[in-house]
Design a protein around this ligand. Structure first.
Ligand code: PLP
Length: 456
């Protein structure tokens, strides 16, 4: 293994140099990949030198999500200690189902879960787990809610007329999860959002009342804290009031924006989260932890056990359930996604994590004010969001993003809200400074200028 670690250091060194010098990499069309890369699998093995050459070329042609010109998805920014934790977790290769196999890593995970629970403001005996992504933590919430309000669903399938509610701006996993869990996509009521992308509370309540009147059972409200496109925060206090009034499970999908729980300045955006039944947050989005690290906490420990535990004498061979987290997991074998986040948190403290979050908001403010002050831009997003959505002159967002990508200049995506489409710039790389945003706008304006010039 030591030889491979040396090889790792060599290839990683080349990658880090390329990231610094070139930023994101120019894409290779899929059909042409085999021209540039030695990827085919064959019957015979190859020498170490040929292998290293093939692997290095592959790494250097892969999109570089950790550079300061990557603004495409809701994760970015490399923190060395988090990467160190991730690399060691890979080397250890534990599975997080039992204390017997996970050892002290089980404690590492528990400490993260307890602290997150405190930061949400939950009290009492809460419980949680780490799952492979925000889509899955949303799914776990839906399953717990289903089993709570249709207690035989696990045995006989859903027999009650359950209905879930979510905003039109929610993550697409909600609809998929409804299909997976036997609820059916048609039994998710999609609630219109207001002009700021927040779920309309009046419409939500109207739908709930209509459904009760027609004999259905509202069982889940999926609130979003940090919507995927605009970065908006639903009014959690108002949703919690409806939760109390109609006896519905309230889940907060805070996969994206939940990081504000670390910041005194921005925590108010999730006021009311402490009244929810479950809350999920992705450390791999705004919290600078490598993909993936998605955490779900519930105030109903018994529901986690009820929905996810299963006896397996070949697996659980000792220790109490409390330290055998396989009993509350959607998986059997489970990666150690805790160590990387713990390594980051341990090294910089809770205040250091708050600084990461606040820096992202500060950079978003900087970028938003650039857009606001420049009459060539139209702004579509709002304050208290790390997403800056805009159009430049009359250049369609889709065309602009595609051209920036094709030229290997910047990776940024576009989004839609109501009837508009726009560039969605996300400020989730805490390592970026004002100069990186200046460079972003310069490249964007240059590319838009070329598109306009080529029209004539
Ligand atoms: C609001 C929200 N929820 C859930 C998810 C899904 O998270 P994951 O990509 O980890 O499955 C996303 C991803 O962008 C998101 O923005």
């Amino acid at each position: 293994m030591k030889e491979e670690l040396k090889r790792f250091a060599k290839i990683a060194g080349k990658l880090l140099d390329a990231e610094k010098e070139e930023g994101v990499v120019a894409p290779v069309p899929y059909e042409e990949l085999d021209k540039y890369l030695n990827l085919e699998l064959s019957d015979e093995g190859i020498s170490d030198d040929v292998f290293e050459e093939a692997l290095t070329a592959l790494v250097l042609r892969t999109p570089r999500t950790q550079t300061k010109s990557f603004f495409n998805q809701l994760f970015a920014g490399r923190r060395d200690k988090a990467y160190l934790g991730e690399l060691l977790a890979v080397l250890l290769n534990n599975s997080m189902y039992t204390y017997k196999v996970g050892g002290p890593m089980i404690r590492v995970e528990k400490l993260i879960l307890n602290k997150i629970s405190e930061l949400i403001g939950f009290e009492g005996d809460t419980e949680g787990t780490i799952a492979p992504g925000g889509s899955i933590t949303n799914y776990m919430a839906m399953l717990m809610a289903r089993d709570r309000y249709d207690e035989n669903a696990k045995l006989t399938g859903i027999k009650k007329a359950l209905v879930a509610y979510t905003s039109e701006e929610c993550h697409y996993s909600v609809a998929k999860n409804a299909a997976f869990c036997g609820l059916g996509r048609d039994n998710v009521r999609v609630v219109e959002s207001d002009m700021h992308g927040r779920m309309r509370i009046d419409i939500l309540e109207k739908y709930i009342q209509e459904d009760i009147a027609s004999g259905k059972k509202p069982f889940l409200i999926n609130a979003t804290a940090g919507t995927t496109v605009l970065g908006s925060f639903d009014d959690l206090e108002a949703i919690a009031d409806l939760r109390d009034r109609y006896d519905v499970w309230m889940h907060v999908d805070a996969a994206y924006g939940g990081s504000v729980i670390f910041s005194e300045k921005y925590r108010h955006l999730v006021r009311g989260a402490d009244r929810s039944d479950s809350f999920s947050i992705n450390a791999h989005k705004m919290l600078a932890t490598p993909v993936s690290c998605s955490i779900i906490i519930t105030q109903h420990k018994e529901c986690l056990y009820d929905s996810f535990s299963n006896e397996a004498s070949y697996l659980y061979q000792g220790d109490q359930d409390e330290i055998n987290p396989g009993k509350i997991s959607i998986q059997c074998g489970r990666r150690n996604d805790a160590l990387k986040f713990w390594a980051l948190w341990k090294s910089i403290g809770t205040k250091g994590i708050a600084d990461i979050v606040e820096k992202q908001f500060a950079m978003a403010d900087y970028a938003r004010s650039y857009v606001e002050k420049n009459s060539d831009y139209t702004l579509y997003s709002f304050e208290n969001s790390v997403n800056i959505c805009f159009n430049y002159k009359d250049v369609p967002a889709e065309e602009l993003c595609a051209e920036l990508y094709r030229k290997g200049r910047i990776m940024v995506g576009y989004g839609h809200f109501k009837n508009d489409s726009f560039v969605r710039l996300v400020s989730v790389n805490h390592g970026t400074d004002q100069t990186d945003y200046d460079a972003f706008f310069k490249q964007l304006e240059l590319t838009a200028g070329e598109i306009i010039a080529n029209r004539s």
